[in-house]
Design a protein around this ligand. Structure first.
Ligand code: SF4
Length: 485
């Protein structure tokens, strides 16, 4: 099976999306809608588990999009119950880009006190070591997913209740996790001690919902109550929500890239709309990297709010110089180099009438390998642009992410091997500037920029400073940044 978006293989891939609801009629319908709103976080596969007193636990896992799998009456009738959780997946561990059905979440475990299902967003950085240890002690793994470790650790716990077992299991896990889990009656949400990946709580009628992003609460008409805090576990039933903090308290290090790219622009993060933050990023970029030009164009769709911000700050007119074909289906997709080369043209087209003879500022959210940027530049020049200036709404991505985002190996990242000027020459553009790390921090609301002694966010893919040591990867030869770099 080809990657979900072969034409987007020059982007970091969103991780996964999780959703859960309790205390509603026909929970599965709400879960399907929530997952549909979170589809940008994973398009390879999805799954739903519900519980009904008459039928027990019910589950359905499918390859592909939510709208193609969880809309038929037949499927939804097989998922009765007033409590349910779900997961959409882009594989960040296990079989990358080649999801096998056995890796599709939620995972389910039967324990002495009853069953539990679990959906995980993030990446366990000590999963290889944990898996090795668990297998040596007799665990039989069903999948290649790091998340399955949590179920096996729970099985070994002596905790009397499922939430106790989950707590004990998660204390042994390193890395990033936002988890939505369920028992017969309890909906459980938990974030890792640094709160790297998002998770929010909503209220719907007498029930409760948990979701990766607020846009998934909006679609079911739930009220956004608050973000689950870093290191917090909540247990929601139809009687209310209990909260506690089972892990040692640490300063949170939320993923700053969620603000730049992963989250939907209509979601709320840190009390502010993602759209507004992205517009701020564009404004900061215009302050830091001004250039004389005729128009500011976004690389659609993710570069759009930053391009609007850049235009507003600089006074240079905003123009839709590149048009995206939103109806590019999978029909054309073949994983050959030739089709990949055509890919950008199939998906994006230049609005020639706007571009001809213009000095164009192109605003994109990131440069990963640089392959797409080069093709876009060629398209713009073919259309008769006088100059092309790239402005990038994130700092150079020079380090891989080990916390639930699929990044190429370090040597494939353009910024890992080239200076900004070398990248400019490589891309063949008149100028190339990235927002600085300080500028990005200012745009997300840290007025003083990055506090280097105690950064407020995870920014490891830009800074090389990993807030949790990626121990499996280090064991496999990855060399974290040294003090001299
Ligand atoms: S390394 Fe980058 S993408 Fe990964 S969690 Fe940190 S900021 Fe986010």
């Amino acid at each position: 099976m080809p990657p979900a978006h072969p034409f987007d293989d020059d982007k970091l891939k969103e991780e996964c999306g999780v959703f859960g609801v309790v205390g509603v009629t026909d929970a599965a319908n709400f879960v399907a809608l929530g997952l549909h709103a979170l589809q940008h976080r994973g398009q390879e596969a999805g799954g739903i588990v519900t519980h009904d007193p008459k039928t027990g636990f019910n589950q359905a896992r499918r390859m592909g999009l939510v709208r193609d799998n969880f809309t038929s009456a037949d499927t939804m009738e097989e998922l009765p119950g007033s409590i349910g959780i779900g997961h959409v997946r882009y594989s960040t561990a296990g079989n990358k880009g080649q999801t096998a059905m056995r890796d599709v979440q939620p995972f389910f475990g039967e324990f002495s006190m009853g069953g539990a299902a679990i959906a995980h967003n993030g990446n366990i950085t000590n999963a290889v070591a944990l898996r090795r240890e668990l297998i040596e002690r007799g665990s039989i793994f069903q999948s290649s997913s790091d998340s399955e470790c949590i179920i096996h650790l729970m099985a070994r716990s002596m905790g009397r209740q499922i939430p106790d077992r989950m707590e004990e299991a998660l204390r042994k896990v390193e890395g990033a996790f936002s988890i939505v889990a369920m028992t017969r009656t309890k909906l459980i949400g938990c974030r890792d001690p640094l709160g790297v990946r998002p998770l929010v709580l909503g209220k719907i009628g007498d029930g409760w919902a948990l979701a990766s992003e607020t846009c998934a609460l909006d679609i079911i008409g739930a009220e956004f109550i608050r973000e689950i805090e870093a290191g917090e576990m909540v247990v929601a039933t139809d009687k209310g929500v209990e909260s506690h903090f089972p892990f040692r308290t640490k300063k949170s290090r939320f993923c700053i890239f969620e603000h730049v790219y992963f989250s939907r622009p209509d979601s709320i993060l840190g009390g502010r709309s993602v759209y507004e933050t992205r517009e701020n990023i564009g404004r900061e970029l215009a302050k830091e990297a001004a250039v004389d030009a005729d128009i500011v164009c976004p690389v659609p769709d993710s570069g759009t709010p930053a391009a609007i911000g850049y235009s507003l700050q600089s006074g240079i007119p905003y123009a839709m110089g590149i048009i995206r074909n939103n109806y590019m289906g999978r029909t054309f997709i073949e994983p050959t180099e030739q089709i990949r080369n055509m890919g950008v043209r199939l998906k994006l087209n230049v609005n020639r009438a706007l571009i001809k003879d213009k000095r164009v500022i192109l605003v994109d959210d990131s440069v990963v390998r640089g392959t797409t940027s080069r093709k876009i530049k060629e398209m713009i020049l073919d259309a008769g642009a006088a100059e092309v200036h790239f402005r990038i709404a994130s700092p150079p991505t020079a380090w891989p992410c080990f916390y639930g985002v699929d990044t190429p190996q370090r040597e494939k990242l353009l910024a890992a091997t080239m200076s900004e000027d070398e990248m400019r020459k490589h891309l063949g553009v008149d100028s190339l500037r990235f927002i600085s790390l300080n500028g990005l921090y200012r745009a997300v609301g840290e007025a003083e920029g990055r506090n280097n002694a105690s950064p407020a966010y995870c920014d490891a893919c830009f800074s090389g400073e990993y807030p949790v040591a990626p121990s499996d990867m280090i064991e496999q030869g990855f060399q974290p940044r040294t003090a001299a770099e």
